[in-house]
Design a protein around this ligand. Sequence first.
Ligand SMILES: Cc1cc2nc3c(=O)[nH]c(=O)nc-3n(C[C@H](O)[C@H](O)[C@H](O)COP(=O)(O)OP(=O)(O)OC[C@H]3O[C@@H](n4cnc5c(N)ncnc54)[C@H](O)[C@@H]3O)c2cc1C
Length: 318
Amino acid sequence: MDKNNQLDLIIIGGGPAGVTAGIYAARKKLKTVLITGEFGGQSNVSEDIQNWIGTPHISGTDLAKNLENHLREYEAGSNNNNSLIIDSPNLVKSLEKTNDSFKVTTSNGGGYSGEMVLYTAGSERRKLQAINADKYEHRGLTYCATCDGPLFADRDVVVVGGGNAGFETASQLSEYTKSVTLLDRGGQFRADIITVEKVSSKPNVKTILNAQITEILGDQMVNGLKYTDTITGEEHILETGGIFVEIGMVPNTKMLSDMPDVLDEHEHIKIDPWTQQSNLSGLWAAGDCTNVRYHQNGIAIGDATKAIEDIYAHLRTK
Ligand SMILES: Cc1cc2nc3c(=O)[nH]c(=O)nc-3n(C[C@H](O)[C@H](O)[C@H](O)COP(=O)(O)OP(=O)(O)OC[C@H]3O[C@@H](n4cnc5c(N)ncnc54)[C@H](O)[C@@H]3O)c2cc1C
C-alpha cells in the first residue's frame, strides 16, 4: 500500500474491545481497517451472559452477532460514505513500525499500512502441556466447563488448576457429575481461602496438590491421566471420564514480543490507563491483552472507547 492509501488507524481484533473501537472510529470518520479472526471474542462460548448491561440474559453467540451487525452498519460500501474496512475472517501475522507509520501483514498474504494501531487481540486459554493433551482436546479434554460440562453428567471428572477459575469449575461440575478431583501442580492453591474451603467441603469433591500431569490416557476418548507427585516423585494413574483445564489465560501478543518495553512479564501490553497508549509511539491497546488488573467485557468496551478518544485527539490536533 502506498502513502496515499495509508490509513489513519488499524484495529487488530473483533472482540468487545475491537468492535467498540471500530464503531467509534467510523463515527469519527477515521480511515480505519478492522482485522479479526472472528467476532465476539472469548465469551462467544458462554450460554448465558448476565452482566451485559441493559440485557439481563444473552448468549455468547447472540452477543457476537449483535456486535458484528452493529459494526457492519458502518462498513464502507458503494452506497454510503462510510470509511471502515472490515477484514474478517483474517489474522494479523506481523506488525512492524516504520518511521512514522505501521505495517501489518495478514495470514491471507495481504497487508495494510496505517498511522496508528489499536491492538485488541485479547487472550486465549493456556494449554495443558502433557503428552497427548492436544490429541484428546474435544475428546474428553476441554477448556470450557460452561460449554461442555453437561456432557459429562454422572461421570468421575478431573479439574486441572487450583486458582479461582479451577475451584469455580469444580463447584459447578460437582452439582451434576459423580465426583470431581481437582489437581494442582503447586504446593498450595491460589484460589481465595473461602472458596477453597467451601468447594473442598462438598462430599463429591477431592483435591490433590503437588500433582504434575505428565500424560493423558484414553482410546477414542479420555479415560485417565498420569501424574507425578512432585514431592515423592511417585507416578500415579487416575481414571477419569473427563478433564477440565483451568490454568489461566495467555494474551495474544506474541507478535509484539521483540518490541522493547511494550510487554510486561506476563506478556500483557503495558498501557497508560489515562489514555490506553503503550510505550511505543503510535500503538494503543485495550481489553484483555492489556495489563489492567481486571478483565471483563465492560472494561474492554470502556477502555477501547477511551483509546479512540485519545487516538482521535492525536490525529486531529497534530
Ligand atoms: C468462558 C468465558 C466466559 C466469560 N464470561 C464473561 C461474562 O459473563 N461477563 C464479562 O464481562 N466477561 C466475561 N468473560 C471475559 C470477557 O469475555 C473478556 O474480558 C472480553 O472478551 C475481552 O474482550 P477483548 O475484546 O479484549 O478480547 P477477546 O474477547 O479475547 O477478543 C479478541 C479478538 O481478537 C481476535 N484476534 C486474536 N488474535 C488476532 C490476530 N492475530 N489478528 C486478528 N484478530 C485477532 C479474536 O478473533 C477476537 O475476535 C468471559 C471469558 C470467558 C473465557
